[in-house]
Write a protein that binds this ligand. Structure first.
Ligand code: HAM
Length: 415
């Protein structure tokens, strides 16, 4: 017996109803906000992520599935979507289109993380990227879109946190303040944070270790060290969000785990869940396109974790509509009847009616049981007598009422 790789869940038919629901809602919200779908390769040149995601991030340092292909090129299974979208934006000359270019994706994402509930080595993200516009108007629209999407799914117990982490002008000053604060607490830091202090001091604010959390709580706040432009941008964003009636909280220590963010960052979290509570997040990345070789081009986006969203839909007992399934079952007895059943099934499907035919020669009782188990509402029964008479028995599976009808009239009748 083989099993799926650790931390890589199978998505079984009984769960597809949730995936279908989320996928449909995602496509709908993208239509409302003018985002077009983009599907990108599952793997990319490793440099896209080392450069794009950033070589001091946990993702690049310890979570990527990287390997050499048979041509000796280093490739990596997509550990996030944003650098890929930016690479495609540049590769396909999208800077020549009207800006911002708005793209969305639903994609598998691979991270070699420690698996646990809500944290997988392969998960799926619904992501949106809007590239080519720096105005806070767009930040508000993007956050509005993510928030309304989550609400449209029926999730109630969610919270929105926002923050501004400044720009290359003001951040060095803040990082200096943060560094000297942390130098005073170096002995109380976890081993990972001791490394972060040397490599990427902003990441210290991300640490979930209880000991480090206490130190975070009194750390200098980025919002107190923003330059006038970033202050203005953040103030505008908050004003727009209030105007849109979006309930948000400023979390001054929200930095997110990726290197490319500038100014706005945000996260939507589950109110109840403690571990793996981030259902999605995003932010502005005004330097990313340039890092990947393009002209300076601003961008902003988010990605929502579909697996975690579905866990929360279940936890909040949100009713999701069923996927339409065949509502007609055809039972047949004897070879001539089976031939009629096959022809009838084809005729019904041509009319757009979903059909399940009994495929092997079982007793009528067994066939009706099968129809019952499939929760089908109507069963057509064809035996030798019916074949001779050109008729069939139509049975309502909920009331058990039966009537004899002409075979030729069945497609119209069932439609
Ligand atoms: P991220 O926060 O790394 O952002 O991932 C987005 C979401 O994916 C998370 O909030 C979480 O719901 C889900 N997620 C992440 N890792 C896992 C995992 N191991 N198992 C299950 N779900 C997971 C990004 O990836 C950025 N590219 C978002 C973005 C787009 N920023 C700007 N544009």
């Amino acid at each position: 017996m083989y099993s799926a790789p650790r931390g890589v869940p199978d998505i079984l038919p009984e769960d597809q109803v949730y995936w279908h629901y989320v996928g449909q809602k995602a496509a709908h919200i993208c239509q409302l906000y003018g985002y077009e779908r983009i599907d990108l390769p599952v793997f990319e040149d490793t440099r896209v992520f080392v450069k794009g995601t950033g070589d001091t991030t946990d993702i690049v340092q310890k979570e990527m599935y990287t390997f050499e292909d048979r041509g000796g090129n280093s490739v990596t299974l997509k550990p996030e979507g944003t650098p890929s979208v930016c690479r495609a934006y540049l590769e396909h000359g999208m800077q020549n289109l009207p800006q911002p270019v708005k793209l969305f994706y639903i994609s598998p994402i691979f991270r070699y993380d420690r698996p646990q509930a809500g944290r997988y080595r392969q998960h799926y993200q619904f992501g949106c990227e809007a590239i080519g516009e720096a105005d806070a108007f767009l930040d508000a629209e993007v956050i509005d879109m993510a928030w309304r999407f989550m609400k449209s799914l029926g999730l109630r117990k969610i919270l929105l946190y926002i923050n501004s982490i400044g720009c290359p002008q003001c951040r060095p000053d803040y990082l200096g303040k943060l560094r000297s604060y942390y130098k005073g607490h170096v002995n109380d830091l976890c081993p990972d944070c001791k490394i972060r202090l040397e490599k990427n001091v902003l990441r210290l604010l991300d640490c979930k270790q209880p000991g480090c959390q206490k130190i975070v709580a009194a750390a200098p706040r980025n919002v107190d060290y923003l330059c006038p432009d970033c202050t203005e941008h953040f103030a505008k964003l908050k004003e727009y969000l209030k105007m849109l009636d979006i309930p948000f909280e400023v979390n001054s220590y929200l930095v997110r785990g990726l290197d490319y963010y500038t100014r706005t960052v945000f996260e939507i979290q589950s109110e109840e869940e403690k571990a793996q509570n981030a259902l999605g997040g995003g932010g502005r990345y005004d330097g990313l396109i340039e890092t990947l070789g393009g002209k300076p081009t601003p961008g902003i986006g988010f990605a929502l974790g579909i697996d975690r969203i579905i866990l929360n839909l279940k936890k909040e007992a949100v009713d999701v509509p069923p996927i339409p399934a065949p509502q007609v079952f055809i039972a047949s007895l004897g070879e001539p009847a089976r031939n009629e059943a096959m022809k009838l099934a084809a005729a019904l499907r041509q009319k757009g009616i979903g059909v399940i035919s009994a495929t092997s020669a079982k007793s009528l009782k067994a066939q009706l049981r099968q129809a019952n188990n499939l929760k089908i509402s109507k069963t057509v029964i064809i035996g030798d007598d019916e074949v001779k008479a050109g008729t069939a028995v139509l049975r309502d599976m909920f009331t058990s009422q039966q009537s004899t009808v002409k075979l030729s009239e069945l497609p119209k009748l069932l439609k």
